[in-house]
Design a protein. Structure first.
Length: 483
RNA sequence: GGCCCCUUCGUCUAAUCGGUGAGGACACCAGCCUUUCAAGCUGGCAGCAGGGGUUCAAAUCCCCUAGGGGUCACCA
């Protein structure tokens, strides 16, 4: 009976930019897999690229992950702080003759690459430095060359990747070459650091995007050379842009940060991303916790998914309607501030008002970013009347009079809530022997400047008696002046 | 180009060992509801990339073609 190892997975982004939805989904799948199996979700920052790695990006990565609710159990480990581990393992490889110093300069390699390309041939490192003598090495050193370290890769045979999602994928070793595991600046390359760390961190399953599938035989070979027992691999399908190409900046919002600033809720993004490539079975609307209960790798498909924000937006609208009002107002506040509708800090009654306002419009809106505009007339008294509405609704001869009569009725009210204002309108329409719509439509236009929106009496209840009466009167005057 | 992966409605996907009227969600269309706009409810439209096999039976297995994607760095 085999020993069941505790599942340990990692998300290992490189801090060279914002977290895009491809990476975020990889993180999500790792998180879900760990949770579903009672395992550990580890965060590792692969920052061995000195040129492109930036601490700010790393910090932003952590923020984005937290925002999504993908809390990690261990880490973050920074590869830049673990160089001694890689050096030690590289030295071992060198000593055992499984790797060697290569003094070819980037320029020389580049030349050979060019020549191969011109000849229409595939370039593979020719093994120039495979068997250098001590003297040759000393000579190169004397020239001031600093070597890279290459892994000795077998020239024949196959390496097979037994992938959980793709099945057995076979690569011929002669299509690989002695690749670089340590750069001339002493830093490890991805295909080395990753192998060493996955082993040292006890990673049992590597779940990552399919773009890494062709790297896997190299990593397997490296692991073998180091005497490691390699983890299981699961290469999840890519997420493509609507034009079927790889996601990039020009495709609009692709980073978690952007979705956040466009007013998407993390619950919606997470739910939507999970559905890209993974199928839960019956119910699609699921919280992180619910997903964690039923997640399994065998329900991940093989084909790349094209992401389309329409469904995400629908889903966001759904979560907006379900959201707890206090939470919603808190997360929506920055959007109100940006629109100049609110300025902090808010006192208790301002928060209450914001909550009520959002409550009345939330089901008409799909993102937080649309909220301020939908709520504008609750905060500003000066607005224009929608021209089409004016033409259709304000042009009936008796409209001004109707608005004044309505205002007079409302003025008598002691309580000013949904029920009382509604009763007042129905009484008036009965007395006048007209349909309530004749009263309601011009009133909405008077109160909001718009022809659509929440139920009239809900608007009145939020606005309160004073503002309601003022706006009704103002509209009546406007109509008279225009005629 | 070499190597590798993939191919079910417009999009995301389901269909455990071959037997289904090929199911769901979003979008779209229609109707209902209604105080407008939404929301909600009901119904509708729409797909197995193409061609060969194997089989009583193929979306499902095999082969070929086409198309898409990934990768071929001292980036990860």
């Amino acid at each position: 009976m085999g020993v069941l190892l505790m599942v340990r997975v990692r998300f290992a982004p490189s801090p060279t930019g914002e977290l895009h939805i491809g990476g975020a989904r990889t993180a999500l799948f790792n998180y879900l897999f760990a949770r579903a199996n009672g395992g550990v979700f580890i965060l590792r920052i692969d920052d061995t690229d000195q040129e492109r790695s930036r601490p700010e990006y790393a910090a932003a990565l952590l923020e984005a992950l937290k925002w999504l609710g993908l809390e990690w159990d261990e880490g973050p480990y920074y590869q830049s702080e673990r160089l001694s581990e890689y050096n030690r393992e590289a030295a071992r490889l060198l000593e055992e003759g499984k790797a060697y110093h290569c003094y070819c300069s980037p320029e020389e390699i580049q030349e050979q690459r060019e020549a191969a390309r011109k000849a229409g041939k595939l370039f593979r490192y020719p093994g120039t430095c495979r068997d250098l003598s001590k003297d040759e090495m000393r000579a190169y050193e004397a020239e001031g060359r600093s070597p890279v370290i290459r892994l000795r890769v077998p020239e024949s045979g196959n390496t097979v990747v037994d992938d959980i999602i793709r099945g057995r994928v076979t690569f011929a070793n002669d299509t690989l070459d002695d690749y670089i595991i340590v750069k001339s600046n002493g830093l490890p390359t991805y295909n080395f650091a990753s192998v060493v760390d996955d082993h040292l961190l006890g990673i049992t399953h590597v779940i990552r995007a399919e773009e890494h599938l062709s790297n896997t035989p190299r990593q397997l070979l490296c692991a073998t050379a180091l005497g490691y027992r390699p983890p299981r691999y699961a290469h999840v399908p890519m997420i493509l842009a609507p034009d079927r190409s790889k996601l990039s900046k020009r495709h609009g919002a692709t980073s978690v940060e952007e979705f956040c600033s466009q007013g998407y809720l993390p619950e919606a993004l997470v739910n939507y991303m999970a559905l890209l490539g993974w199928s839960p079975g019956e119910e699609e609307i699921l919280t992180l916790e619910e997903m964690a209960k039923i997640f399994s790798l065998d329900r991940i498909g093989k084909n790349a998914a094209i992401y389309d924000t329409v469904k995400l937006t629908w889903m966001n609208g759904h979560y907006l309607m379900q959201a707890d009002p206090a939470y919603l107002s808190k997360t929506a506040y920055p959007f109100f501030e940006a629109e100049g509708l609110l300025k902090g800090p808010l006192n208790e009654s301002q928060w209450d008002y914001l909550r009520t306002v959002i409550e009345t419009v939330r089901e008409r809106v799909k993102t937080l970013a649309e909220l301020p505009e939908a709520c504008r007339y609750f905060y500003e008294d000066d607005f224009d009347y929608d021209p089409k509405g004016v033409q259709k609704i304000f042009t009936k001869d008796d409209t001004a009079l109707l608005l004044r009569q309505a205002a007079a009725r409302l003025a008598q009210l002691d309580r000013f809530d949904y029920a009382s204002t509604e009763r007042a309108y129905h009484d008036l329409s009965a007395a006048l022997e007209i349909s309530a719509v004749k009263l309601i439509q011009p009133s909405r236009l008077a109160l909001t400047g718009r022809t659509g929106g929440p139920e009239l009496f809900a608007i009145m209840a939020v606005l309160g008696k004073e503002k309601t009466l003022q706006r009704l009167e103002k509209a009546a005057a406007y109509i008279e002046a225009a005629l």
